[in-house]
Write a new protein. Sequence first.
Length: 225
Amino acid sequence: MVLLLMNKFLSPLIISLEVAFVAGIIAIILGTIAGYFMNKTNFRGKFFLELLFLLPIVLPPSVIGFLLLIGIGVNSPLYPLIELVFGHTIIFTKTAAIIASSIVAFPIMYQAAKIAFNNIDDSIVEAGMLDRATSLQIIRYIIFPLSKYALASGAVLATARAFGEFGATLMVAGNIPGKTQTLPIAIYMAMSVNNRSLALAYVMIMIVTSVIFLLLTKRLGERNT
């Protein structure tokens, strides 16, 4: 009985960690690629594309959730592809929570990557090119080693943002205990039934986890200087 209650209590934390881990990886990969591409290229419409990348920072989570419902719901033009890949709708599933969290985490990683790549001295890259290094060798042996701590710091912050996502996740993944109920949603639901002790316990977990994320980010930032 005690074990069952413990599993029920820890379920939102475990789901939040799972969602944040996968969403963080997605945001890190896409954000790093986008940051490198936008830093190294110029093209017509670049300004508007960057606005699109950064939009999730300023948009209310409810708006992101609404747009996701349109974009990946059963009436979406993408739904036949979603059904082909997953075999069912992904609304009110953990997959939807991961997508929502990835979207809100992406701009953080994108900004970190873009700044990290921009701070690399062009003369170092040019020296590598003069030594006939390939593009992949330059990326592997020059760009990433010089930006690894800044990228790692951005990765931690992006994952932390995914961990704390609430509004968009609630709209597209819902509140299904043991399946899609993340820690922020569990706090909201506990307060909605006036269970303050449970809400406080979850809040303390969120605070401790957030402090760990921040300390790790600070440590990586110090190594980058």
